[in-house]
Design a protein around this ligand. Structure first.
Ligand code: NDP
Ligand code: GDR
Length: 383
């Protein structure tokens, strides 16, 4: 009998990679998706199975972490061996705009899952993974950050996730449940949401190279993050639930990089050198060199002439609208426990991650550019 997993947040970045990974590992995967006014399953469409097909191993349920009855009913129906609670309002900046909703979905949502498992008498059957975050560390208390580093959350998102972290620990201790936290540092991929900084950068750099956009506005360029690849991180989630004993694990690369350097690396992928000068809101990124061979290899000959006009142009500016009321300036994780106990090793380094994201975004933007040139623009009902 194949194992049964339930993934909340299956339509998100991690949900998509995890679903693919578990299906390949022989699991039957159930996922909770939200009802939306448009299709919201782009990231998992390649895994979709028609409901009329017998013996499906991917089954989607409508649901929402803010609805206890819905969550309880789905868990009762699915009787999962493993629950991966990945659903969340996951944008730190947006959590300042929607603090109550964030607390409800990200904090109480976790409680709803744990309590449903308990009330349904599944505490000894169902293992639970909680998507905890390096944002818990917030204001720097210790570097690198590890499982024993004190938390100091700096956003409504992080405070909600702190409740989720501790309620997971509490249910484990109170009811002897196999419930674990993965304290994951930032992880990115070609599937990353478009408003997180890495994807915002790789999309914008691709568009700038293709003459579809001319400037990129960012917030805090000095912020430092420990960025890994989501593909590596979902393997760690699975490993955490395969351990005999539940526990909490930091998943990170141990390397930290500024947003500014990420921008440089993304431009470098298409042969463009960007140098930064100025300070604070007046800092700018200017094109100082173009490696034509590299540009042609990664973007294409036909875009080169336009790209050469970028020389000496300002392509990056700061917009304080992207600053956060309280910022997390520095994250760098110590993955020693996950490496020694789980045997987890990431396959991607930052260079490999940037390459993967840039390759995918240049390809996607080129497709948009061809459609526009060919007169086949994206469908617009109002034209
Ligand atoms: P995404 O934002 O890409 O995905 C979030 C998922 O949660 C989406 O499927 C979204 O649905 C769903 N969701 C949001 N609100 C609700 C709700 N109220 N009820 C049900 N589903 C909901 O996040 P990631 O994949 O990047 O992250 C996965 C989890 O890991 C999140 O909990 C995040 O906070 C956490 N995390 C992420 C890290 C990262 O660097 N990526 C690092 C550490 C933790 P929809 O598609 O409809 O919006
Ligand atoms: P983060 O990711 O807040 O770390 O949360 P994000 O990519 O949003 O920000 C990283 C850093 O970049 C700075 N920054 C900008 N951020 C965004 N989004 N847009 C900008 O224009 C911009 N300019 C600079 C930010 O200030 C910040 O310092 C992510 C989410 O996936 C969380 O759900 C997860 O828990 C943590 O990672 C670990």
């Amino acid at each position: 009998m194949s194992k049964v997993a339930l993934i909340t947040g299956i339509t998100g970045q991690d949900g998509a990679y995890l679903a693919e990974y578990l299906l390949k590992s022989g699991y039957t995967v159930h996922g909770i998706k939200r009802r939306a006014s448009m299709f919201n399953t782009d990231r998992i469409d390649h895994l979709y199975q028609d409901p009329h097909v017998e013996n499906r191993n991917l089954i989607l349920h409508y649901g929402d972490l803010t609805d206890s009855m819905n969550i309880t009913r789905i868990i009762q129906e699915v009787q999962p061996d493993e629950i991966y609670n990945l659903a969340a309002m996951s944008h730190v900046k947006v959590s300042f705009d929607t603090p109550e909703y964030t607390a409800n979905a990200d904090g109480l949502g976790t409680l709803r899952i744990l309590e449903a498992v308990r009330l349904l008498g599944l505490t000894q059957k169902t293992r639970i993974y909680q998507a905890s975050t390096s944002e818990l560390y917030g204001l720097v208390q210790e570097i690198p950050q590890k499982e024993t580093t004190p938390f100091y959350p700096r956003s409504p998102y992080a405070v909600a996730k702190m409740y989720a972290y501790w309620i997971t620990v509490n249910y484990r201790e109170a009811y002897n449940m196999h419930a674990s936290n993965g304290i994951l540092f930032n992880h990115e991929s070609p599937l990353r949401g478009e408003t997180f900084v890495t994807r915002k950068i790789t999309r914008a750099v691709s568009k700038i190279a293709l003459d579809m956009q001319h400037e990129l506005y960012l917030g805090n360029l000095s912020s430092q993050r420990d960025w890994g690849h989501a593909k590596d991180y979902v393997r760690a989630m699975h490993l955490i639930l395969q351990q005999d004993k539940p526990s909490d694990y930091v998943i990170a690369t141990g390397v930290t990089t500024t947003v500014r350097d990420f921008v440089r690396m993304a431009f470098a992928e298409v042969g463009i050198t960007v140098a930064f000068s100025g300070e604070g809101v007046d800092e700018v990124g200017v094109v100082t060199a173009i490696d034509q061979a590299r540009f042609v290899e990664s973007v294409g000959e036909s875009y080169l002439a336009k790209a050469l006009e970028l020389m000496d142009k300002t392509v990056v500016k700061v917009d304080p609208a992207y600053f956060r009321p309280t910022e997390v300036e520095l994250l760098i994780g110590d993955p020693t426990k996950s490496k020694t106990v789980l045997g987890w090793e990431p396959k991607y380094d930052l260079k490999g991650l940037v390459e993967d994201m840039m390759r995918s975004d240049v390809k996607g933007m080129k497709k948009d550019s061809y459609l526009k040139e060919g007169g086949y623009r994206t469908l617009n009902y109002f034209e």
